[in-house]
Design a protein around this ligand. Structure first.
Ligand code: SF4
Length: 692
């Protein structure tokens, strides 16, 4: 492709389609560079990794070239907020710019769509329903007969206590009968899939995209159609979501659903096998007993599976749970020939048994691993691959094979980590891959010719290596960094107070507050204080309680209400932890100071981080360099990005972590921040007095 302006890049120029449509249009050189790179990638059917600084206008930069080239595109985002912005705000603008209608579809996960089969099935249990529930079911039935979408958001929000009902009237990949379903022709999931197939733009979220990718990998067609281009916006979230999607999971809810469905279908279609009626009930009580034993240890927790043996009561309950699965599988194996539904149920039970076997039988060798900030890289040791379970029969997942191996410590390294998480009324066991081993890369081509990964935080310095490796992307993928159009040098300064104690020192939060309070008084509030822990947030909140500022503290109101209240208030300070480090957009004068307490390193006690570190060290890599620094850099960049959200915004960034000045990695982390001038205390005060 030549570098001559195309008809699409012309749309981004002064006097082009965008400037005629947007009231606040600004010519952005970085946006045009991004558009050209995207046009090239689409034209040559290549992939692209692009870090686009805040304010580039990346949605238009990827949608206009793809639609202009008449390509069908998925746009996947991490947050509902961005999904809705693209669907409800940006696409209508693009229609005006292109002067034509764009067919678009906002696609949600299965659990959002009414399922005729499971609704009918659930209705048959109406004997046990109270009047209120019967009334709700009647309203849902009436709505289901006239809705076009089947999207349950149209009818009602289900309260927390009604989440169980929503589950009973929607489908999962496991319990959908698909072509064997008597309602297949009227099925809303099938209809929305067809609508997506015919749309030019399909907006989805990363979780749905990844769930679909995993099913495609296994050879099952799921909801999403194949398209020409996939855009992964907010791409920095994808590795974590991909890891969860490629993991094997089994939860209390899944086991209980299996037990209930078995009991229900058995009574409906068989009911003639001696003693089998008791089997699902035994599984149900074994699930509850295991949950109770875990909760007795502590109300909620997360451990590596290898540590379960150290909880004797829970371990005993776990063994009984494994024993309860075997007769269910044996019984369903006998019943499977009786009907399609029973055959389907047996296949589902087999799949779950195989997952259990994989989760509980791969090797465990875990001790917490501490990162070594000063360690040099060692010569690589050979990577011993994970022992994956390949058995496919129900018998292979017997209680004996799982209980014996679930908690044994094998000393060989593995490329996965097995976790057990629980709360008061749930538990979930998972085996997560430590690296994706090309699985993601292999399925990329199923979907599209071009994958465009876009985010404001993908690179460390000039390198995309961390992100690229975390997804296993092709080594030769094109990369691009386009800087934010905002004038950070003029509009912002960065200050790191050099005399503060290190963040682990006693009294650190008090010292930080003492340091920043005069500046916050000078800025008349208008400050975000972002913390890496609730502990620090609470200490700061307590300390500021008697101040004259209007305090807005995370947890006191839902996030969006808290931000609205902050914007409407004068002399305000908002205190938040990680969920406030990104996706919070306060434009204009209401926010002009962002204080970040410390470098947001991940916790070495996090079992996934511990396992990733161990794996890297086993490969001769320094886990601090390859895991802790990149993760901290991404979050630090996100947090700092809260300050300047438009061309006119001005403000100061204050970091309370002196390691940024004293440690060798400090410079690397300072380099990921927006290109504002670093100033000392006098410079900071002078900037505030002059500009704010
Ligand atoms: S095909 Fe699946 S989702 Fe559709 S009605 Fe049947 S069971 Fe429900």
């Amino acid at each position: 492709m030549s570098d001559k302006p195309s008809s699409i890049t012309a749309l981004f120029q002064q006097g082009g389609g965008l400037s005629d449509t947007l009231s606040h249009f600004e010519l952005r050189a970085g946006q045009v560079t991004l558009v050209k790179a995207i046009e090239r990638a689409i034209h040559h059917k290549q992939h692209l990794l692009a870090e686009a600084g805040t304010g580039i206008g990346k949605t238009f930069a990827y949608l206009l070239p793809t639609l202009g080239a008449k390509k069908q595109v998925f746009v996947s985002t991490a947050t509902k907020h961005l999904q809705e912005q693209i669907f409800f705000k940006d696409i209508p603008i693009i229609e005006k710019v292109l002067n034509r209608r764009v067919s678009a579809c906002l696609l949600k996960g299965r659990s959002n769509y009414f399922c005729h089969y499971h609704f009918d099935d659930f209705s048959k249990t109406s004997m046990g329903m109270n009047r209120a529930l019967k009334g709700k079911m009647q309203r849902i039935r009436a709505w289901s007969e006239q809705t076009l979408s089947g999207d349950l958001a149209e009818i009602a929000e289900f309260t927390a206590s009604e989440q169980g009902i929503q589950k009973r009237i929607t489908s999962t990949t496991e319990n959908c009968l698909s072509k064997d379903c008597p309602y297949f022709d009227d099925c809303f999931v099938q209809k929305v899939r067809e609508k997506a197939r015919q749309s030019e733009v399909v907006v989805v979220n990363h979780a749905l995209l990844m769930a679909d990718i995993v099913l495609k990998e296994e050879g099952f067609a799921e909801i999403l159609p194949d398209v020409d281009v996939v855009v992964i916006d907010e791409a920095h979230h994808l590795p974590k979501i991909a890891t969860q999607a490629f993991a094997d999971h089994v939860s209390a809810g899944q086991l209980m659903d299996l037990a209930r469905d078995t009991r229900h279908l058995y009574r409906q279609e068989a009911n003639d096998m001696r003693d089998f009626d008791e089997v699902p009930a035994q599984l149900l009580s074994a699930v509850q007993a295991f949950n109770k034993a875990l909760s007795a240890q502590q109300p909620q927790g997360q451990i590596q599976l290898g540590e379960l043996k150290q909880l004797p009561e829970a371990y005993r309950a776990f063994q009984q749970l494994m024993q309860a699965i075997k007769p269910l599988l044996e019984g369903l194996a006998e019943l499977a020939e009786r009907s399609d539904e029973l055959a389907h149920l047996y296949a589902r039970a087999q799949a779950m048994a195989n997952r259990i076997r994989h989760i509980f039988t791969a090797p465990q060798n875990r001790q917490p691993h501490q990162p070594n900030e000063g360690a040099s890289e060692k010569s690589p040791k050979p990577n011993k691959p994970n022992d994956s379970a390949t058995g496919s029969t129900a018998d292979s997942a017997t209680a004996d094979s799982t209980t014996d191996t679930a908690t044994d410590s094998a000393e060989k390294p593995s490329a996965s980590v097995a976790l057990l998480e629980w709360g008061e009324d749930y538990f979930r066991a998972s085996r997560l891959p430590i690296e994706l081993d090309g699985r993601f890369r292999q399925v990329m081509n199923y979907y599209a010719d071009s994958w465009l990964f876009v985010s404001a935080t993908l690179a460390l310095g000039q390198s995309f290596q961390h992100f690229s490796l975390s997804l296993g992307l092709p080594a030769d993928i094109e990369t691009l960094i386009v800087q934010s159009p905002y004038d950070y040098e003029k509009h912002a300064v960065i200050h790191v107070p050099p005399q503060l104690p290190v963040p682990t020192a006693e009294g650190f939060v008090d010292a930080l507050i003492d340091e920043v309070l005069p500046i916050i008084e000078q800025t008349r509030g208008r400050t975000f204080m972002l913390f890496t822990s609730y502990k620090n947030l609470q200490l700061a909140s307590k300390r500021l309680q008697d101040s004259t500022f209007n305090l807005f503290v995370q947890g006191e109101q839902p996030k969006s209400q808290l931000i609205d209240a902050f914007i409407k208030s004068d002399n305000a300070i908002l205190l938040g932890t990680v969920s406030f480090w990104e996706g919070v957009d306060v434009h204009g004068e209401k926010l002009c100071c962002v204080v970040i307490d410390k470098i947001p390193f991940p916790s070495p006690a996090d079992p996934i981080i511990a396992e990733q570190s161990r794996y890297l060290e086993e490969q001769g890599k320094n886990s601090f360099v390859h895991c802790y620094i990149p993760q901290a850099a991404t979050l630090l960049k996100q947090g700092a990005g809260r300050l300047i959200r438009s061309q006119r915004d001005k403000g100061v960034l204050i970091f309370g972590d002196v390691r940024l000045l004293r440690k060798s990695y400090g410079k690397q982390l300072l380099d990921v921040l927006p290109p504002a001038n670093r100033v000392n205390r006098e410079g900071l005060e002078a900037f505030v007095a002059r500009e704010l």
